[in-house]
Design a protein around this ligand. Structure first.
Ligand code: ADP
Ligand code: MG
Length: 240
């Protein structure tokens, strides 16, 4: 098995606060990885360090064998790393299709007929084609979440990191987003799924990693992780 992403001994501090404390994580090409952990455990900070929104203070991050942790975010996007945001940030005044053409232009430098066709293909795959000409302001929560994933896909990633794409969704909507992530993985895209909805993590992940207070406290199959006393303690502590 070949690692597409290698996070080696990565730390990130905010002033005197340590958000990531020597994290090691290797992700195999094509893997479906679940990343869990209580609120504030460092999941989004980790994604920010991988995608380039933040630069880690120490340690090394490799993607496809290349050192990337000093590269700006747009270069990491071009190498094939895409992420969706925990809080969707649509360009509200634009249509759904236009929202997708922004990342196309960013990565490929154009938004002509070819890009429009590709963007429509992505919207089709997400079940959003009928909304292409609708203002993104008019989307429902689940449609907004799908558009977030569609925008991430417009960069043609090899690795997609989904940061709580199911937050605020319920029932059938969760299954719809889950199915999209399964379909993208079946196309060969490696997926890291950050999620609080545990049934979704259980269904989706081949392997689960749990962060707590900036450290990986355990990893394993979904079944073993949810039985793990350290994980249960971390989550109970979260509710206390
Ligand atoms: P998670 O996504 O697991 O809920 P985060 O990575 O967002 O956790 O946050 C981890 C910790 O780092 C939290 O205590 C948070 O308050 C802190 N943190 C995150 N980003 C910043 C920042 N830009 N400045 C200061 N503290 C931050
Ligand atoms: Mg987060």
């Amino acid at each position: 098995m070949e690692a597409i992403l290698e996070v080696n001994n990565v730390s990130k501090h905010f002033g005197g606060f340590t958000a990531l404390n020597g994290v090691n994580l290797h992700v195999q090409r094509g893997e479906r990885l679940g990343l869990i952990g209580p609120n504030g455990s460092g999941k989004t900070t980790m994604i920010n360090c991988i995608s380039g929104a933040l630069i880690n203070d120490s340690g090394d991050i490799r993607f496809d064998g290349r050192h990337i942790h000093t590269l700006p975010a747009y270069q990491r996007t071009k190498l094939g790393i895409a992420r969706s945001f925990q809080i969707p940030r649509p360009f509200g005044s634009m249509t759904v299709l236009e929202n997708l053409l922004v990342p196309f232009a960013y990565v490929g430098g154009a938004d002509g007929p070819k890009e429009r066709r590709e963007a429509m293909d992505i919207l089709e795959r997400m079940g959003l084609a009928a909304k292409a000409e609708v203002s993104s302001k008019q989307l429902s929560q689940v449609e907004l979440r799908k558009m977030e994933l569609a925008r991430a896909m417009a960069a043609k990633p090899q690795l997609l990191i989904s940061d709580e794409a199911m937050a605020g969704l319920a029932g059938a909507e969760i299954d719809e987003v889950l199915q999209i992530l399964f379909d993208l993985n079946a196309m060969g895209i490696t997926i890291i799924m950050i999620e609080h909805i545990m049934q979704a993590v259980m269904k989706f992940s081949q392997r689960v990693v749990c962060l707590d207070a900036g450290k990986i406290i355990c990893e394993g199959t979904p079944e073993s992780i949810f039985k793990n006393p350290d994980v249960q303690r971390a989550y109970l502590g979260d509710e206390a």
